[in-house]
Design a protein around this ligand. Structure first.
Ligand code: HEC
Ligand code: HEC
Length: 300
């Protein structure tokens, strides 16, 4: 049985903690609402803010990459492919042996550093995770929907040999003339759904993986122009909000609403309406099918 004195001390300590928490939250809200923190990328983060974000990023990557299984790395063909992919997709922000990043990379905040030392600071599975998923609120893009699995590992393998390359070696392996077109993310042989027969609800024949589709919608930047249920982002009306699509009889300016039409529209809108302002976004058949499964799921 604690004495009255102990109880008093515990109570005072608890009250102090609660008050400190409330004061901290109020202080934070005031700084936020007043707009005192300079969000411009021309001003660097204050050192404590930078350290906090950087450390948080490290812990998060370490944790999330724990379960990644690493395939054999370092075969010459794999490294050579990685070099070409690196020069096409990474060098503009990260630079490389003997050259700095482009103006885009130089003026970002946080600054994307050279990756020559990345393989010393990160395990291969962590480099894979960063490349695949990107880093939120830093400008490091996620490549999951733009580089296939083998290409992701080729880039990781290349980062492993990067520290050994001179400027001349790098120039030899990354000749821009040979820069490859990224292989689109593998498309297993799934066909789009056949149009549902009259009166059949669109939703009852849905194919594809809606959760994967939600991620694909985010990764193909559809949210830049459309508000989409389940995806956060700005209020925008460049394209119509895509809520309630399952309930619509017609989409894309008058075509009967079904999954096959939607897949066609997402992959090549201008083939359906040559005047539409919606660009073709380089979406694979599988990604479009999964996107349509998310957009057409009932109740949304
Ligand atoms: C649009 C610019 C941009 C492109 C393109 C880009 N990155 Fe990044 N990258 C960043 C930024 C910004 C960071 C975060 C820097 C930080 O947090 O300090 C980053 C961080 C990283 C990191 C962690 C670095 C470290 O040492 O902590 C790795 C690894 C990485 N990128 C790999 C890649 C690879 C591989 C590619 C190409 C497939 C690539 N990046 C393409 C901007 C870019
Ligand atoms: C640059 C802006 C832009 C981007 C990016 C964009 N769209 Fe569109 N989208 C439009 C415009 C404009 C239209 C035609 C006008 C409308 O219906 O809103 C349209 C139409 C549509 C329609 C038909 C809407 C209807 O009401 O019938 C769908 C579905 C659609 N977009 C899905 C997507 C998906 C999925 C992506 C990502 C792969 C995407 N859009 C990316 C601008 C965009």
């Amino acid at each position: 049985m604690p004495s009255n004195r102990t109880r008093l001390i515990l109570k005072t300590a608890a009250a102090t903690l609660v008050l400190a928490g409330v004061a901290g939250a109020i202080g934070g809200a005031v700084v936020l609402r007043a707009g005192w923190y300079d969000i411009g990328a021309s001003a660097q983060h204050l050192q404590p803010v930078y350290t906090l974000l950087e450390q948080g990023m490290h812990y998060s990557v370490r944790r999330h990459a724990r379960a990644v299984a690493v395939p054999p790395l370092g075969a010459p063909a794999q490294v050579a492919r990685g070099a070409l992919l690196y020069s096409a997709h990474c060098a503009q922000c990260h630079g490389g042996p003997g050259f700095a990043q482009s103006t885009i990379g130089q003026s970002m905040q946080p600054l994307p550093g050279p990756l020559v030392d990345a393989s010393a600071r990160w395990q291969p599975r962590e480099l894979y995770w960063i490349t695949r998923h990107g880093i939120k609120m830093s400008g490091m893009p996620a490549w999951e929907f733009h580089l296939g699995e083998d290409d992701l590992w080729a880039v990781v393998a290349f980062m492993g040999v990067l520290p050994t390359l001179s400027a001349r070696d790098y120039a030899a392996v990354s000749a821009p003339a040979a820069a490859p077109v990224a292989t689109p993310v593998a498309t297993p042989g799934r066909a789009p759904a056949a149009p549902p027969s009259q009166g059949q609800r669109v939703a009852s024949t849905l194919q594809g993986d809606p959760e994967r589709g939600r991620a694909a919608l985010a990764q193909h930047a559809c949210r830049a122009c459309h508000m989409i249920p389940g995806l956060s982002g700005p209020e925008t009306y460049v394209g119509r909000p895509l809520a309630g699509l399952a309930e619509r009889r017609f989409i894309a300016g008058g075509l009967p609403n079904n999954q096959a039409t939607l897949v066609r529209w997402i992959r090549d809108p201008q083939a359906i309406d040559p005047h539409t302002a919606m660009p073709a976004m380089g979406v694979s058949e599988r990604d479009a099918l999964d996107m349509s499964a998310w957009l057409l799921r009932p109740g949304k």
